[in-house]
Design a protein around this ligand. Structure first.
Ligand code: 13P
Length: 249
């Protein structure tokens, strides 16, 4: 049985005071051992997250990494730097990286591979735009995004990775994919993996992201192939984030 993972991507939000308060509230809330939790603060707050969350059941990760080990990459952060601050996870291929910062499928595959090599667990984000959905190209787009990574890291790469399906049209818009829409894409993703390796497909956690809230989380998490959520806006307030966790049956 795959354990539900509720992960908070803070994007470019936060301050020292906010991180302190939010993590303190998460840590003092009654624990739920049956749900995994993780937070993805901006890079400067990783040391603070590490000091507050060490020895807690809440994991943390970064929002991106550079595929190079080190060198002349101004503004970038390497895997070894993330490891120094105790990161377990790293997001790769978030739609905002793809659309605002031009990361291609190949860039995303490089980052995924580098994360694996370094011992980080990549959370690979995939998803279609509204235009692509309206053109009935959702599966084609998700397939292409996954193939780029499978082509580089192989199926074995997914033994220690998470996939997040985040339809671009549902991110930050308040417009959530219906549980049926999300489940359909999650089943497509799992079937794709299952056609190559049933064991890896069965164990793979596939998160849904896009306007997840306390009010819609239970319905999403009840679906067979939805193994948790990658939460943006609603992960910035402890009560909202905990309401999502507490929606897990
Ligand atoms: P929202 O939950 O704010 O829609 O963001 C989703 C997301 O992009 C998480 O990575």
């Amino acid at each position: 049985m795959r354990k539900i993972l509720v992960a908070g991507n803070w994007k470019m939000h936060g301050s020292t005071a906010m991180v302190q308060e939010l993590l303190d509230s998460l840590l003092t809330a009654p624990a739920r051992a049956e749900v995994d939790m993780a937070v993805f603060p901006p890079f400067p707050y990783l040391p603070l997250a590490q000091s507050l969350l060490a020895d807690s059941p809440i994991a943390w990760g970064a929002q991106n990494l550079n595929p190079a080990a080190q060198g002349a990459h101004t503004g970038e952060v390497s895997a070894s730097m993330l490891l120094e601050f105790g990161c377990r996870y790293v997001l790769v291929g978030h739609s905002e990286r793809r659309t605002l910062y031009g990361e291609t499928d190949e860039d995303v595959a490089d980052r995924f591979e580098r994360a694996l090599e370094a011992g980080l667990e990549p959370v690979l984000c995939v998803g279609e735009t509204l235009e692509e959905r309206e053109q009935d190209r959702t599966e084609e787009v998700v397939d292409r995004q996954l193939e780029a990574v499978i082509g580089r890291s192989g199926m074995a790469g997914f033994q220690r990775a998470v996939v997040a399906y985040e339809p671009v049209w549902a991110i930050g818009t308040g417009r959530t994919a219906s549980p049926e829409q999300a489940q359909a894409v999650h089943a497509f993703i799992r079937d794709k993996f299952a056609s190559r390796d049933g064991i890896i497909a069965g164990q793979l956690r596939i998160l849904y992201g896009g306007s997840v809230k306390g009010s819609n989380a239970a319905d999403l998490f009840a679906r067979e192939d939805i193994d948790g959520g990658l939460v943006g806006g609603a992960s910035l307030k402890a009560d909202d984030f905990l309401a999502i966790r507490d929606a897990v049956a």
